[in-house]
Ligand binder design. Structure first.
Ligand code: ADP
Length: 660
C-alpha cells in the first residue's frame, strides 16, 4: 500500500460502512462525508474523520463532486472510493479526482465512458464478439423510425432509456398501437431521471433470467472472472434476492458466459471490479446460444457479497490493491466456487401498500446470525432522502438448499420496529416452491405478488404476546406468577390494522393462561419469558415469539411481535392501559419529526376535544398536523410558530384534569 494511506469514502449507508471495514483491516484511515440527515449515521461514527458536505438532498451533498474532492484534499486523503450509486459511474468525477492528484478506486474514466450509455456499450460488445440482445441502438431517435425498428425486431419489445439505471426509463410494448405512447413516456422518464431522452429498442425476452459475471482487472492487462450471480428475483426490474452460483448452471454455459465477459472487459482495458450483466432465456435449460449482453456496471455491485461468500475473497480489498498499483492478487486458475450463497435486501418499505418507502426512527433492530451488511443503527433514522435499504442479509452453505434454509432462518429472526420492512415478503419468497427448486426468472415475483405480500392475520399466540406486553405482565419474574393469579382476569384493548381487538387474559396456577378475544378462546400452558422472547405450549406444541415495545412517532405506544418471519404491530388502544399510563405519554405531546413549527393552534388554559389540531409541523415540503389524543386542558405550550423542533421534543403538556 505504498501509495494509499487514507481513503475518502464518497458514499453513505451500508456500502460506506462496508468499505471502511476493509480499509481499516488493511491499516488504512478513512474519511467519511455526510449530509444534514446523516450527522449521526453509522458511516460517520465508523470513520476516522468526517466532513460535512451539505444539506440532506443528494444533489446538495453526495453528488457534489467538487465539494467531495475538496474534502479529500482538506483531510489529506489520497484516494477516493465511490461505492455504488451517487458518483460511482460518473467519469467526470474520476477526471476531477485524478486531476487533483487523488487515486480513484475504480476503473478509468475512459472505460466508464465506453460503458456508460447502453447503446454505445452494445455496439462495443458486438465488435468484441459478445452476443447482444437483438434490437436497435442507433442514433436516429425519430419516433416513426423507431416504431418501424420495433416492427422489424418483432413485438413484444422493450424500450430503454440509454442512460437508464435501476429499471428507470424502461417500457414494455406488446403491440404496435401502444408504441408511441410508451416511447414518449420512456423518453420523458429518461430526460427527468438522467437528463437524456435517447432510447434504444430491444427484443423483449420472455421468461428471462438475469445472470451476471463478476470480472476483475488490473493495470497490467490482466482480467479474470469470479464466476456468476443470478439476480432473477426482481420486482419491477429491481433486484430483491441474489445468489451465486446460478441455479442450473452447466460448466459449458459458465465457460461461454465468463469467456464473453472477460473478452468484453479486455476490449476496454478494464481495471478494478466490474460486472457484465446478461439476459438469459429461462424458458428451458440454460443454453450457450441463448444469452445476451445487457450492460456493464463499472463499479462494485450491491450484491458483491455473494461472490465473496463463494470465493472467499474480499472484493473491496482487491479494489484497493488494484487501485494502489498492485497486480491482481490471484490468477484465474486459483479461482474455485465453494458452496452456495444468497443475499436478501432488507428495505424500509411497505409491501402491503405498493412497497412505498417507510421512513422513521428504527426503534429496534434485531438480526439472526451470519453476515449482515448494515448501514444504520438502532435509534437511527431512515430518512426520506436516500435509498431506504436497511441491511443486506447474506448466507452461505455447502449446498443451495442449506444456504437458502439459512436465509429463511435469518429472515425469521429479523425484527425491525419503528418502520415497516419487506422482511415478511423476503421470508415468503424463501418459502416459494419455484424459488426453492431453482426455477427462477424475472417474472416470478410479479406473478405471485399477491400471495407474497398478503400477511396472515395475527394468531391467538401473537395476540396473547401483545396483551401480555400491553398489560406489563412479567412471566420472567418468578414471583409474578402467584402475584398475578389473584387478579383473575386482565382486560386490554389492542389495535391491529386499525381494527380494535378486545382481549382478556386469565392467569391460572402453573403458568397456565387463558386468552379470550373476539369470541375466540385459547389455552396456553407453561408460559415462559426470557428477555424479549415469550414461549408457551399450545395443544402440546411449543410456540414462541419476540416482543418489542416502543414509542411511536406520535408519542403513543406500539408493540411489535415477531413470529414465524412475520412482524405484527399493535397499538395500545386504551390510554388508561398500564403500559401507556406509566409512560406518561398521554400528558404531553412530542414532536413526531424534526422540522419547523408552522402553526400553533392552542395556548395554555385551552380545553380541546379528542382529535383537535394542536399544531402543525413542516419538514421537506411535508406537513404534519399534531392532534389531541383525548379531551384535555392545555397546561403548557413549549414552542412558538417558526421554531425549529427536534423529533421527540416535548411541545405541549396537558393538565391532569379538564377543570382549571
Ligand atoms: P437498468 O440499468 O435500468 O437496471 P437493465 O438493462 O440492467 O436496466 O435491465 C434491468 C432488468 O430489466 C433486467 O435485469 C431484466 O430483468 C430486464 N430486462 C432488460 N432487458 C430485457 C429484455 N430485452 N427482455 C426482457 N427483460 C429485460
Amino acid at each position: 500500500m505504498a501509495r494509499l494511506k487514507k481513503i475518502l469514502v464518497a458514499n453513505r449507508g451500508e456500502i460506506a460502512c462496508r468499505i471502511i471495514k476493509t480499509a481499516h483491516k488493511m491499516g488504512l484511515e478513512c474519511v467519511a462525508v455526510y449530509s444534514d440527515a446523516d450527522r449521526d449515521a453509522l458511516h460517520v461514527q465508523m470513520a476516522d474523520q468526517a466532513v460535512y458536505i451539505g444539506p440532506s438532498p443528494a444533489a446538495q451533498s453526495y453528488l457534489l463532486m467538487e465539494r467531495i474532492v475538496e474534502a479529500a484534499l482538506e483531510t489529506g486523503a489520497n484516494a477516493i472510493h465511490p461505492g455504488y450509486g451517487f458518483l460511482a459511474e460518473n467519469p467526470g468525477f474520476v477526471d476531477l479526482a485524478e486531476g487533483a492528484g487523488l487515486v480513484f478506486i475504480g476503473p478509468s474514466a475512459d472505460a466508464m465512458r465506453k460503458m456508460g450509455l447502453k447503446d454505445a456499450a452494445k455496439k462495443l460488445m458486438e465488435q468484441a464478439g459478445v452476443p447482444v440482445v437483438p434490437g436497435y441502438h442507433g442514433d436516429n431517435q425519430e419516433a416513426d423510425f423507431l416504431a418501424r425498428q420495433a416492427e422489424k425486431i418483432g413485438y413484444p419489445v422493450l424500450i430503454k432509456a440509454r442512460a437508464g439505471g435501476g429499471g428507470k426509463g424502461m417500457r414494455e410494448v406488446t403491440a404496435p398501437n401502444e408504441f408511441h405512447q410508451a416511447l414518449a413516456s420512456a423518453q420523458r422518464e429518461g430526460q427527468a431521471s438522467f437528463g437524456d431522452p435517447c432510447v434504444l429498442i430491444e427484443k423483449l425476452i420472455s421468461s428471462p433470467r438475469h445472470i451476471e459475471v463478476q470480472i476483475f482487472g488490473d493495470n497490467f492487462g490482466n482480467v479474470i472472472h469470479l464466476f456468476e450471480r443470478d439476480c432473477s428475483l426482481q420486482r419491477r426490474h429491481q433486484k430483491v434476492i441474489e445468489e451465486a452460483p446460478a441455479p442450473g448452471m452447466s460448466q459449458q454455459m459458465r465457460d461461454a458466459m465468463t469467456k464473453a465477459a472477460v473478452r468484453a472487459a479486455k476490449a476496454i482495458n478494464y481495471s478494478g471490479a466490474g460486472t457484465m450483466e446478461f439476459i438469459v432465456d429461462g424458458t428451458s435449460a440454460l443454453s450457450v446460444d441463448r444469452f445476451w449482453f445487457m450492460e456493464m456496471n463499472t463499479r462494485l455491485q450491491v450484491e458483491h457479497p455473494v461472490t465473496e461468500a463463494i470465493t472467499g475473497h474480499d472484493l473491496v480489498e482487491w479494489q484497493i490493491r488494484v487501485a494502489a498499483g498492485e497486480p491482481l492478487p490471484q490468477t484465474q486458475n486459483q479461482q474455485k466456487i465453494t458452496g452456495h450463497a444468497f443475499e436478501a435486501r432488507l428495505y424500509a418499505e411497505d409491501p402491503a401498500n405498493g412497497f412505498t418507502p417507510s421512513t422513521g426512527t428504527l426503534a429496534y433492530l434485531g438480526f439472526g446470525g451470519g453476515r449482515k451488511d448494515i448501514g444504520v443503527v438502532q435509534g437511527g433514522r431512515v430518512s426520506p432522502f436516500y435509498d431506504p435499504m436497511i441491511a443486506k442479509i447474506i448466507t452461505h452453505g455447502s449446498t443451495r438448499s442449506e444456504a437458502l434454509a439459512k436465509l429463511r432462518a435469518g429472515l425469521a429472526q429479523t425484527h425491525v420496529a419503528g418502520v415497516k420492512t419487506n422482511a415478511a415478503f423476503l421470508y415468503a419468497l424463501c418459502e416459494d416452491d419455484d424459488f426453492n427448486a431453482g426455477n427462477v426468472d424475472t417474472g416470478l415475483i410479479g406473478h405471485k405478488i399477491k400471495a407474497l405480500t398478503t400477511l396472515p392475520p395475527p394468531d391467538g399466540f401473537v395476540i396473547l404476546c401483545a396483551a401480555i406486553s400491553a398489560l406489563k405482565l412479567d412471566f420472567a419474574d418468578p414471583y409474578s406468577g402467584w402475584r398475578l393469579w389473584g387478579e383473575a382476569r386482565h382486560g386490554v384493548e389492542l389495535v391491529f390494522n386499525k381494527q380494535l381487538i378486545s382481549a382478556s387474559v386469565s392467569i391460572g396456577p402453573d403458568r397456565n393462561v387463558q386468552l379470550r378475544y373476539d369470541g375466540a378462546e385459547l389455552a396456553l400452558e407453561n408460559i415462559d419469558q426470557h428477555e424479549n422472547r415469550i414461549s408457551a405450549l399450545v395443544n402440546g406444541v411449543v410456540v414462541g415469539a419476540e416482543i418489542i415495545n416502543y414509542r411511536t412517532r406520535l408519542g403513543s405506544y406500539a408493540i411489535s411481535v415477531l413470529r414465524n418471519g412475520h412482524t405484527f404491530v399493535f397499538d395500545v388502544a386504551d390510554p388508561l392501559a398500564p403500559g401507556v399510563l406509566e409512560a406518561n405519554s398521554d400528558d404531553e405531546i412530542v414532536s413526531p419529526m424534526t422540522g419547523v413549527v408552522s402553526i400553533v393552534d392552542v395556548k395554555p388554559g385551552d380545553v380541546v376535544e379528542a382529535g383537535a389540531r394542536l399544531l402543525v409541523i413542516e419538514a421537506m415540503k411535508m406537513e404534519l398536523a399534531v392532534t389531541a389524543p383525548r379531551a384535555c386542558r392545555v397546561s403548557e405550550v413549549l414552542c412558538a410558530e417558526m421554531d425549529p423542533v427536534e423529533e421527540g421534543a416535548v411541545m405541549v403538556r396537558f393538565a391532569k384534569d379538564l377543570e382549571g
